[in-house]
Design a protein around this ligand. Structure first.
Ligand code: MCN
Length: 792
């Protein structure tokens, strides 16, 4: 009997290659290619009045120097808005190279292509750009004051304003026995993939075609964007995504300016061209996220039950909005987490600032929403003197209320409806895991030792597995090897392992026979990409459906060969046999041979095929009349809505009474992503997410000065937590299968990150006894808070 693979803690098959330095990233490719480098704006806001490139041409090895004036066709036009929304009254995007104005430090102004990166960088140093500096808008307070404008024609610096209300908030608030207001802040940060963005373009002049290797989260998106920008037929553009050293959201945007310029230059020069983002470029010219100011008003009864919740927030979208307002929309609609708010009103303003643009970063607006909601829950508990977990549990949506519709509209205008989840069960598990009820005794003991400890909690719900679709293609070679292709790209999530597990089960083959290809438009032309924790739900179900197509075809051919009904057959370990009569069987590779009209041309498997030759009429087509040749099939999975994962985290922190150093002593997670395909990979994802969340809670932030200079644009100053700062993560799971997809899956890739700032704030607050309203928090800030309170 074959072991079922789904649910098994299968070792990641990509690890031996990746961990021994044998990964193949974009920068490993393109030996002999020309290299691109960029002159980027040193000003946050300025008019470009003159560009002098003459000296750059003097340098041996320089092949091209381009400014906006050199760009042609659609390459000279502004970049697209990828996800428009009616509330975006003032969308603005930049150009591939600045035309006459720069709106943030790091915006590309000139592109140099040279023999190697050294020459290209030296040439950039010889270019002089004349700027007429303009006043910069930095920070949300400045943007809101509108004393200065980022874009002259955008009043109030507001790119979008959106309000949703469910129920009558004003009436419910007015009659609530208790009311609180909270002013909250969460600062700007950014993801830091080990590998920056990268693109390598191979132009085939004879064929007029382009192959692009891109470190992207969406190969098909890059393909479509580049083909459109360069005015090329799709058929002449291929995008291959090799290994990607982390994406975390920033590589979803397509096209980045460089993704257009590099292939454009390759075509123009008739040469291969490549570019790899360096770390400083990543800081100043990729994308950030998180920055929000929030105002919460909450009305609740004496038992801590929510009656009315009124949230207003301002979201810093940076200088441009290529990605629309998906991040604040997610904050607004998923802020409620597992709770019923009574009535709810949310309004946000998405604000321009002269800083690098903002796109989704792991969690994508949910860490901010969770932070607002969970700070509010703690404030209610403190106000009423109730247990914090108890207040949460009194407000939970109950399992028998699923599916649950908050009455909110998501980005696409469709209602946002939770499909499943058991929040009371998750909380019970979390309390048991962290020892919630024993903490008071632990705190007393710690106090006797002169130590200050606190316990924090945070709950969240996450819409995962968004559509519109993803495809799977499964092909059985005559050798018995099973090739699986999906359009997802992979950045380290272990897709090659997990998708193989699913196909092995659905097709009935051995895991080691299944080989998965991702992110290659030659193999899967219709695909969306890897983001929004959609890989497992979307591609998992797509490859399962495709495997089913192949399985059914295999059974039809086998039934013909064995002269039995397909209903009487089963497949295990790649062998099709008659149920109850395992002696009567045929293996899948033989079926693959038989499925092909040229079957006797396949030497490797001819012997297997001839074994059954006698059972066939040589004049009869080798496959059933309505079947196509080849043992392969394709299918697409296209859901009607997202599926909602959830989780609850708790942390124990210790704050030093003298130095205010903050240490996380324990970090506990209960996570529910429906059926887990590979629990080990899910745990890895959750642990990685928590590590990223710890960075966001305690260390990572973007520090701009008033002029819009990013002061900490290197790893010397931007603190990413080391292993020494990331606690051991204790994890427990609940599996509430999603009723929305055949495999019952929900996503897991972002979950770990979402509640961490809320949880750490909660724990520090518990340790210190005063509210924490701004995150991240450093020891210096905590020390300052203590000092201010002492002198108040
Ligand atoms: N999984 C599973 N069972 C489930 C759900 C997920 O076994 N019920 C597995 C999946 O098959 C997959 C992994 O867990 O191998 C994550 O799955 P999923 O939640 O579907 O997320 P995606 O595959 O869509 O990956 C995207 C997600 C996002 S949005 C960000 S951001 C993020 C993340 O993944 N970026 C990452 N995890 C990352 N991990 C690494 N190493 N690098 C990144 O850039």
């Amino acid at each position: 009997m074959t072991t079922r693979q789904v649910g098994e803690r299968v070792q990641r098959r990509e690890d031996p290659r990746l961990l021994t330095g044998n990964g193949r990233y974009v920068d490993d490719l393109g030996r002999g290619a020309l290299h691109a480098a960029f002159v980027r704006s040193p000003h946050a806001h300025a008019r470009v009045t003159d560009v002098d490139i003459a000296d750059a041409w003097e340098l041996d090895g320089v092949e091209a120097v381009y400014t906006w004036d050199d760009l042609d066709g659609r390459v000279a036009e502004p970049l697209p808005v990828l996800i428009p929304h009616p509330a975006m009254t003032h969308p603005r995007t930049g150009f591939c190279l600045a035309r006459d104005e720069v709106n943030h430090v790091g915006e590309a102004v000139v592109m140099v292509v040279a023999r190697d990166r050294y020459v290209a960088e030296d040439a950039c140093g010889r270019i002089s750009v004349a700027y007429e500096p303009l006043p910069a808008v930095v920070g949300l307070e400045n943007a809101r004051s509108a004393a200065r404008l980022v874009h002259d024609d955008v009043p109030g610096n507001v790119s979008a304003n959106l309000r949703q209300e469910v129920g009558d908030v004003d009436t419910a608030m007015a009659s609530a026995p208790n009311r609180l207001t909270l002013d909250l802040e969460i600062e700007r940060s950014a993801c830091m993939p080990m590998e920056g963005k990268g693109v390598y373009a191979r132009w085939d002049a004879d064929d007029g075609s382009l192959r692009l290797y891109s470190s992207t989260q969406t190969s098909t998106g890059v393909r479509a964007a580049v083909a459109a920008k360069l005015g090329m037929p799709l058929a002449k553009v291929e995008v291959v995504t090799p290994d990607v050293g982390g994406g975390f959201g920033v590589k979803i945007v397509h096209p980045w300016p460089e993704e257009v310029l590099v292939p454009w230059a390759a075509r123009r020069l008739g040469r291969d061209v490549k570019w790899t983002e360096d770390r400083r470029e990543h800081f100043v010219s990729s994308a950030h996220e998180r920055g929000q100011l929030q105002e919460v008003e909450v009305g609740f009864d004496d038992d801590g039950r929510l009656l009315a919740l009124d949230v207003r927030f301002w979201h810093d979208n940076g200088a441009y909005t290529p990605y629309g307002i998906i991040v604040p929309i997610i904050t607004a609609t998923q802020l409620l987490g597992p709770y019923k708010p009574g009535s709810y009103r949310v309004e946000f303003w998405s604000m321009y600032t002269n800083t690098v643009l903002v796109t989704p970063y792991r969690g994508a607006g949910r860490p901010q929403g969770c932070y607002a909601m969970e700070r509010t829950m703690d404030a209610i508990a403190a106000h009423l003197g109730l247990d914090r977990a108890e207040v949460r549990s009194r407000n939970f949506i109950q399992p028998d209320e699923m599916p649950y519709d908050h009455g909110l509209m998501f980005q696409d205008g469709r209602p946002l409806k939770y499909d499943s989840g058991d929040f009371p069960a998750s909380l019970a598990k979390l309390k048991a895991l962290v020892g919630w009820d024993d903490f008071a005794a632990y705190r007393e003991q710690a106090a006797r030792e002169g130590r200050r400890v606190g316990l924090g909690i945070g709950c969240y719900v996450e819409g995962t597995g968004v559509g519109p679709y993803e495809g799977g293609h499964v092909q059985v070679e005559t050798s018995g090897r099973v090739n699986v292709a999906t359009g997802l790209t992979t950045q380290g999530q272990g897709h090659q392992t997990v998708l193989a597990q699913i196909v092995a089960d659905e097709l009935g083959v051995r895991l080691e026979d299944v080989h998965v290809t991702t992110g290659d438009t030659r193999r899967m032309a219709y695909a969306v990409g890897t983001f929004a924790s959609r890989g497992a739900v979307m591609s998992g179900n797509a490859v399962a459906l495709a495997a089913k197509v192949v399985r059914e075809k295999a059974l039809r051919i086998a039934a013909d060969a064995l002269e039995v009904s397909a209903d009487d057959l089963e497949i295990a370990d790649g062998v099709i046999s008659v149920k109850g009569a395992p002696g009567t069987s045929i293996d899948l590779r033989t079926v693959a041979v038989l499925s092909n009209p040229l079957r006797y041309a396949f030497d490797a498997s001819a012997a297997a095929a001839t074994q059954f030759a006698g059972t066939f009429d040589p004049d009869k087509p080798p496959v059933a009349d309505d079947d196509e040749p080849g043992l392969e099939g394709q299918d697409f999975y296209s859901p009607t809505q997202a599926t909602f994962a959830n989780g609850m985290h708790a942390a124990v922190v210790e704050t030093d009474p003298v130095t205010a150093e903050i240490r996380i002593l324990r970090y506990c997670v209960v996570h529910d992503c429906g059926v887990m395909v590979n629990p080990m990979i899910v745990e890895g994802q959750v642990h990685g997410g928590v590590a990223q969340g710890v960075g966001g809670a305690l260390y990572e932030r973007m520090v701009y000065d008033e002029g819009g200079q990013l002061l900490n644009a290197s790893f010397m100053d931007f603190l990413v937590p080391y292993a020494s700062e990331v606690p051991h993560v204790e994890t427990d799971h609940l599996e509430t299968p999603s009723p929305l997809n055949p495999l019952g899956l929900k996503g897991a890739g972002e979950a770990g990150t979402i509640p961490v700032s809320a949880v750490i704030a909660s724990a520090i607050e518990d340790a210190e006894g005063f509210p924490i309203r701004s995150m991240p928090i450093s020891p210096a800030e905590l020390w300052e808070l203590r000092r201010t309170r002492a002198t108040d």
